[in-house]
Design a protein. Structure first.
Length: 396
């Protein structure tokens, strides 16, 4: 049996997939340790699991779209986060001595720690921005990210390895999607598409099932955990859009109470929901286009209205519409009438649910967390350290 170290960032929405993969590994008899935020991980992994805590800090709210959002992501989140976790990642690798490091595509400190000690590592991709970069919409994307990766190398005293893109392991890259969504997009070397990694979620919140109306259809409205500060107006337009459907539709909207302080009678407003418990009961989802939410919906054959905000959201929206599994609307400009039309379409036109089911069938065939764990176990068995690994050195 092998030892795996998961290195994750202090972003709650990035934790479900690696946790599901880790469940499969432990169920198969492997050992798993974690390097990440104690406050987020302990409720998931339990008191007895090995944890190398990074602490948790908050970063400035992301804003803008296009390259402005990419710059905000890297300069406001990725770079400071890796500076923040680098020492903990190094300590975890030295102390735990894993056979394989498994790192979030943005937890570059985990990749660097593995590289420094000659260990194989795998990358898991929680979104599409890096996996299928927006070359046409953002032609400067590649050069900009390359410059940021150089800044990550500068956090250590290691010489820059020009042959290595720290976002993508040279051993194994796990993409949490399938070609049913990505289409013919070029992928990194050694990339396997396994579909969404879904599993037990012991940290899932409770839900007020006594308020659930079984006589009506159900729509989940969510923009994830990182964009709520941008969504007040969108939420109000969406609730106005669904008001004409209130006699046959109940809306579950995930938001803090300050964003929707006086919800209409047809809407339940809650901070979080048990997504995997809710999805089989839903008729449609309105989402910002985060790959996690969209994939969870597709896995259950639920069509989606996608209102992309930034980062990889526009790419995910295009993938959904190309697959015939949903409708795209403007997050900033869609009128209530346009939103009503979009919601009505995915609710009433069976073609959209059929499209979502086709994508879901591709997910099931790809194997999700089980397949990802199998690839990781094979990597551990075939451990071949990089011949040019520099060996232990100090951090700057």
């Amino acid at each position: 049996m092998a030892r795996f170290l998961f290195v994750v960032l202090p972003v709650h929405s990035h934790l479900n997939a690696p946790y599901a993969i880790a469940q499969q590994l432990t169920d198969a008899g492997h050992e798993v340790a974690w390097c990440g935020p104690r406050s987020d991980l302990r409720p998931m992994i339990g008191a007895d699991a090995t944890l190398y805590p990074t602490g948790k800090r908050h970063y400035r709210p992301d804003a803008g779209s296009g390259m402005a959002s990419v710059r905000s992501l890297w300069e406001g989140h990725v770079l400071p986060a890796n500076r923040f976790i680098r020492d903990a990642a190094e300590r975890a690798v030295v102390d735990y001595r894993p056979d394989v490091v498994v790192a979030d595509q943005y937890a570059l400190a985990g990749a660097l720690a593995a590289y420094r000690h000659g260990l194989p590592w795998a990358t898991f991709c929680v979104g599409m921005l890096e996996l299928t970069p927006p070359a046409e919409e953002m032609p400067e994307f590649a050069d900009y990210v390359r410059a940021q990766l150089t800044r990550v190398w500068a956090m250590t005293d290691l010489p820059v390895d020009e042959t290595l893109d720290l976002r993508f392991s040279p051993y194994l890259v796990i993409g949490l999607t399938t070609a049913a969504l990505t289409g013919p997009a070029a992928l990194p070397a050694r990339c396997v598409l396994v579909g969404p990694a879904l599993g037990r979620r012991p940290h899932a919140p409770d839900f007020a099932w006594d308020a659930w109306d079984p006589a009506r259809r159900h729509l989940l409205v969510t923009v994830g955990t990182m964009a709520e500060h941008l969504a007040r107006d969108f939420f109000h337009r969406t609730l106005a859009a669904t008001a004409p459907l209130a006699d046959r539709l109940q809306v579950v909207l995930t938001a803090g109470p300050d964003l929707v302080p006086d919800p209409p009678a047809h809407a339940l407003v809650v901070p979080r929901v048990p997504v995997l418990e809710l999805m089989p009961r839903l008729d449609a989802v309105v989402s910002h286009g985060g790959l996690g939410t969209v994939s969870e919906a597709m896995a259950h054959g639920v069509p989606v209205v996608v209102a992309p905000i930034r980062h990889d959201h526009p790419a995910v929206a295009r993938q959904v519409t190309r697959a015939g599994a949903g409708v795209e609307v403007s997050f900033h400009a869609a009128t209530p009438a346009e939103l009503t039309a979009a919601v009505t379409a995915v609710l009433d036109d069976p073609a959209y649910r059929a499209g979502a089911r086709r994508v879901g069938e591709s997910f099931a065939a790809a194997g999700g967390a089980r397949t990802a764990a199998a690839h990781l176990a094979e990597l551990a068995r075939a451990h071949r350290p990089l011949s040019n690994a520099p060996g232990p050195t100090s951090l700057t």
